[in-house]
Design a protein around this ligand. Structure first.
Ligand code: UT7
Length: 325
């Protein structure tokens, strides 16, 4: 039995030039490098320059992914961009990316699932590719969270950063076995009862303003590990895979303690965990493709490797994806 799978042809990322260290933050607000590192694992984050928008980060990441895949932008017929910090309320930031790449066929749209944005975008693109509706997709996670942070709130402003990452997916016939390349399974969940635990206190319909990020950090933390491990068990069950089979665990990079606790609970060996939260902070929908790009570039993630992705964030939303590189 053959199956159509969404196979990763390439990936790429982009980070704004400016780096903001914990020490620089400690000079501005009542915090310390020691507290931030101990509680989160974050040491620095990148901050977009004045006039540098989410679309600019996304375009650079998309170009890097296309170059890595060795394909022309014209062969892309679907762009799904995960972001909660679009350039404008509308049109979608994805159409700015589409125009910059000179593509005027197919479809481009944004998807808003906060920190789970990349997993939700990946699953959406995968479903379109497997039905045959589109052939080649750019899946992007891009954020400028620095623009929605309350820089006087030490409980949130130390946690987030800006950046973008992208993958190119192609629909390919595969044998329909566990050894197939491509996305093997995706699992998406949401529970709106938690919508007030991590939100932005503005919006076009409610306040006519953009607003600032607000979070009950401890409440989010409390739910994170259980939700993450639940959807990963779903991925294992759907594919008959175990933690032993995983080559690389590339989690959403929000907090090293959450990542460590999730890997420990799942019995995933620490050396299989890709960690970039120290360098990038929490870049929301961009964090997984940014981490993927690091691990591909340094030679860890190779063709044929089994890669497990997961994310959890505002909504709450959470999800997993299991793919063979
Ligand atoms: O992307 C997905 C969504 N986000 C997350 O996954 C984040 C989930 N939550 C977390 O990562 C953690 O809850 C935080 C890192 C946000 C906070 O860590 P915590 O260990 O849960 O700390 P806490 O909120 O319980 O605060 C402990 C103390 C408090 O002081 P008191 O009340 O004990 O005197 C805070 O006021 O730490 C204080 N605090 C800080 N101190 C220095 C809070 N933020 C800071 C700070 N610097 N930046």
């Amino acid at each position: 039995m053959t199956a159509t799978r969404s196979v990763v042809l390439g990936c790429g990322s982009y980070l704004p030039q400016q780096i903001l260290t914990n020490a620089e933050l400690a000079a501005r607000i009542d915090t310390s490098d020691e507290w931030i590192v101990q509680r989160t694992g974050i040491r620095q984050r990148h901050i977009a320059a004045e006039g540098e928008f989410t679309s600019h980060l996304a375009i650079n990441a998309a170009r890097a992914a296309l170059a890595d895949a060795g394909i022309d932008a014209q062969s892309i017929d679907l762009i799904v961009l995960g972001t909660s910090t679009p350039d404008h309320t509308f049109p979608a930031t994805a159409v700015a990316v589409q125009a910059a790449l000179g593509i005027n066929h197919g479809a481009a749209f944004d998807l808003q699932a906060v920190c789970s944005g990349f997993i939700f975008a990946l699953a959406t693109a995968d479903n379109f590719l497997r039905t045959g509706a589109f052939k080649r997709a750019l899946v992007i996670g891009a954020e400028t969270f620095s623009r929605i942070l309350d820089w006087n709130d030490r409980g949130t402003c130390v946690l987030f950063g800006d950046g973008a990452g992208a993958v190119v997916l192609e629909a390919q016939p595969q044998p329909g076995e566990a050894s197939d390349r491509g996305i093997l399974t995706t699992h998406l969940r949401s529970d709106g009862r938690h919508k007030s635990k991590l939100y932005v206190d503005g919006g076009p319909s409610s306040t006519r303003t953009v607003g600032y990020l607000r979070m009950e950090g401890r409440e989010v933390f409390k739910h994170a590990v259980g939700m993450i491990t639940d959807v990963i068990y779903d991925a294992f069950k759907a594919t008959g895979t175990t933690a032993e089979d995983i080559d690389w665990f590339v989690p959403h990079q929000a907090n090293k303690r959450i990542i460590d606790a999730s890997a420990h609970k799942l019995h995933i060996a620490p050396q299989k965990v890709v960690l970039t939260v120290d360098l990038h902070g929490n870049t929301s929908a961009a964090s997984i493709p940014l981490a993927l790009a690091v691990a591909v570039k340094d030679g860890r993630v190779k063709k044929g490797d089994l890669v497990l992705l997961e994310a959890m964030g505002g909504g709450f939303t959470w999800g997993s994806a299991l793919l063979r590189w």
